[in-house]
Design a binder for this molecule. Structure first.
Ligand code: ADP
Length: 259
């Protein structure tokens, strides 16, 4: 008989849900761009169930993870997002040994073993610089949608340095550049360089091992991926499922619980 499991990853900025058949086949997935404390978790679950054409009662095991994992009554159990990201990444990239996860309000770097288990990690959850929050703030003042930042960055022709490491001061710096008519694409590349610098500093503290995979919502930003590769001097792998990796790992671990 088929077994169906669900992983729900409730972050600070987005709610993600993945439904797996027999621990292998993705039959439902969703990303809703609001996170814990909003309608996001409920909408993410509903949307993934609709795609899978199933009801909540059909789920054999449900794991909730992420910052808002404590507020999901549908969950059978809760798990740390570190293990879920490690297992989710291993499923997509079996050769991954370092996972860089950049989410809405934090960034983590994980070293994982060849079976996908977590070896160690470092985390920045104290400062908005080097997280999605930094790019969210900048995209608002630049009036460029977050999904367009990568495209703009590619068109840059001049180097612009954003020297402030604090989000609030960097925001003033960007406003000042805009008032001097500096081209948006050059500013955006500079912003990506700044985030890449912060995240690389974190990554170097733990040590990098190939293959390196970038997960989380910011992995969709091709401009940031490029700057991170230049900074770390390593190839970085991403997947169209990057933002769902935590939910995917949770659904995989849920399947293991049934064994
Ligand atoms: P969390 O788990 O902390 O909620 P996520 O890993 O879901 O975070 O990522 C959310 C972040 O991803 C937000 O800061 C958002 O701006 C960014 N993001 C979402 N979609 C895109 C996209 N298409 N391109 C670039 N960044 C994106």
């Amino acid at each position: 008989m088929d077994k169906v499991t669900m992983g729900i990853d409730i972050g600070s900025s987005a709610s993600k849900c993945v439904i797996l058949k027999n621990g292998e086949e993705i039959i439902g997935k969703s990303v809703i761009s609001v996170g814990t404390g909003t309608s996001g978790p409920g909408r993410a679950i509903k949307s993934a169930l609709e795609e899978a054409m199933l009801e909540m009662e059909d789920m054999d095991f449900v794991i909730a993870t992420g910052y808002g994992r404590n507020s999901i009554p549908e969950a059978t159990i809760e798990m740390s997002e570190l293990s879920c990201h490690a297992y989710g990444t291993h499923f997509l990239f079996p050769d991954a040994r370092t996972v860089i996860d950049i989410g809405g309000q934090d960034a983590k770097v994980l070293n994982i073993a060849d079976d996908g288990s977590l070896i160690n990690f470092v985390m920045n959850d104290k400062c908005a610089a080097g997280t999605g929050r930094f790019l969210d703030v900048m995209s608002r003042i630049l009036e460029v949608d977050i999904s367009e930042l990568g495209h703009y960055s590619k068109m840059s022709t001049k180097q612009v340095n954003i020297s402030s490491t604090c989000t609030v001061f960097a925001e003033s710096e960007v406003i000042s550049q805009l008032s001097k008519d500096v081209h948006k694409s050059d500013i955006i590349k500079g912003i990506h360089k700044s985030v890449a610098g912060k995240v690389s500093g974190l990554a170097r503290r733990i040590g990098l091992k190939s293959d390196i995979v970038l997960t989380g919502g910011l992995a969709q930003n091709t401009g940031l991926v490029k700057e991170l590769e230049d900074e770390l001097k390593h190839k970085i792998q991403t997947s169209p499922l990057s933002q769902c990796v935590g939910a995917l790992g949770a659904a995989r671990l849920a399947y293991r619980h049934l064994a």
